[in-house]
Design a protein. Structure first.
Length: 440
């Protein structure tokens, strides 16, 4: 898996953002076409927004005193004459609060003695640029005010500001809030939905094809992902079946090979000739080789579900006691040295005994006579060392020992790997040392 690959959250974020921007662009085009060609709606928005800006300068105090300051945003249009924009602000009693036009423009507004409606609008010329007059009523500080405006051709193109203000208030802001909410809710939902998947992925990294108890839990997964987890479990089950079939096959082959070899050895026993004895020795080596091949094949079908607590001191003691007569028959000596009282590990007794036997057997077969073989036991470690007489080994002996690292030690390495450990070899002047480390 590449670390540069984007996460699902990043992919969803980019896609949601892309389609949200696309939706905003489409909506902007729709709003533009709707408002730009609708002069009546633009005129209404113009009057609403301009009168609201002018009304923001009104201050009504508790003693019915009214003060007015022309806002900075409209001072350039209504603070001086001949700008193309005029305005008038009156109180409910008809008192003039603000006026930017002379008596000539009074004819464009409603007469003072007329009680104006809350909103009114009249176009003086059709189409754009806008030429209109209108007004709107406001209640400020408990008092009612009437704001009237007029424009002749909209020379400062205020309608563009009106349009973009409408776009920002009614499209960009709501869409941005919606985008944040939808994006956040989507990412949170995806994260919650993928939580069991992430747990399953971590469990998959710890899955052991040699452990029949190892499988993925998919009870809380979404249905689509649960199907994948179930398929992975079925694949592991199939691997287990194949490994069991291989175990049966290797056992059958070993049985079929041992039977004729035993028959041949029996027939050779009836022949009284030195060459027959040589053939018997070669046949014994062949039987041992077949046994080792079978043992190595069986290790590939081993199930970690068979692990149990083992005391390495007790296990090594049993192996040494069992092999001591055979070692002494081959003119060697065998010694057990326990560095600790107990060394508890998780493993399979039969496999670890085979490993220690192979190490001792290797030391006996590849060292000169009268070699002292020492089995040392400590925490998570079994060391088998061979010490030559007089404590000095010849270089030729070391080379011969190195050439003898055959299938027996391969079996030990495989057993160590099954137990999450390792087999290390070192050579010195006294002999070779093999360290069988068992994983904690």
């Amino acid at each position: 898996m590449s670390l540069r690959s984007p996460t699902l959250g990043a992919i969803l974020t980019r896609r949601i953002a892309f389609f949200a921007v696309l939706a905003m662009v489409v909506q902007l085009a729709v709003i533009f076409s709707d408002y730009y060609w609708n002069v009546g709606e633009l005129s209404r928005l113009f009057v609403e927004q301009e009168t609201e800006r002018l009304a923001s300068g009104i201050t009504a105090e508790e003693n019915d005193t009214v003060r007015y300051r022309l806002p900075d945003s409209v001072e350039g249009r209504y603070g001086q004459a001949q700008t193309g924009y005029v305005a008038r602000i009156r109180g409910a009693d008809g008192d003039l609060v603000f006026q930017s036009c002379d008596a000539a423009c009074e004819s464009r507004f409603l007469p003072p003695d007329v009680n104006p409606p809350d909103f009114w609008l009249r176009s003086l010329a059709p189409g754009k640029p806008l030429t209109l007059v209108g007004g709107r009523a406001f209640t400020i500080g408990g008092q009612r005010f009437f704001v009237d405006i007029a424009t002749m051709g909209d020379p400062q193109d205020v309608i563009s500001d009106v349009f973009w203000n409408e776009v920002i208030e009614h499209m960009i802001v709501p869409m941005s809030i919606l985008l944040v909410l939808v994006l956040g809710a989507t990412l949170l939902s995806v994260r919650q939905a993928l939580k069991p998947v992430r747990i399953a992925a971590e469990a998959a990294e710890r899955m052991d094809p040699m452990d029949s108890r190892s499988h993925l839990q998919f009870g809380e997964m979404p249905r689509e992902v649960a199907h994948l987890a179930a398929a992975v479990n079925r694949a592991f089950a199939r691997v287990g079946e194949l490994m069991r079939s291989q175990k049966i096959l290797t056992s059958g082959i070993a049985h079929e090979v041992r039977t004729p070899l035993a028959a041949i050895k029996l027939e050779l026993g009836h022949i009284d000739h030195p060459r027959a004895r040589k053939a018997e020795a070669d046949l014994d080596d062949l039987v041992r080789f077949v046994s080792q091949i079978t043992a190595l094949a069986r290790l590939d079908t081993f199930d970690h579900g068979m692990f149990e607590e083992i005391d390495l001191v007790e296990l090594s003691s049993d192996v040494v006691e069992q092999l001591a007569p055979w070692v002494y028959e081959n003119d060697h000596s065998l010694e057990l040295s326990a560095q600790v009282d107990t060394a508890i590990v998780q493993g399979v007794p039969a496999l670890l005994k085979d490993a220690v036997r192979n190490l001792i057997d290797n030391a006996v077969r590849h060292t000169p006579a009268h070699t002292n073989i020492v089995v040392q036991v400590s925490h998570n470690l079994i060391r088998v060392a061979d010490r030559h007489p007089a404590g000095i080994r010849q270089s030729a002996d070391i080379a011969a020992h190195a050439d003898g690292l055959g299938i027996g030690l391969k079996i030990v390495e495989r057993i160590a790997a099954i137990h999450r450990g390792s087999l290390r070899r070192s050579a010195g002047r006294q002999g070779h040392v093999f360290d069988l480390e068992i994983g904690a």
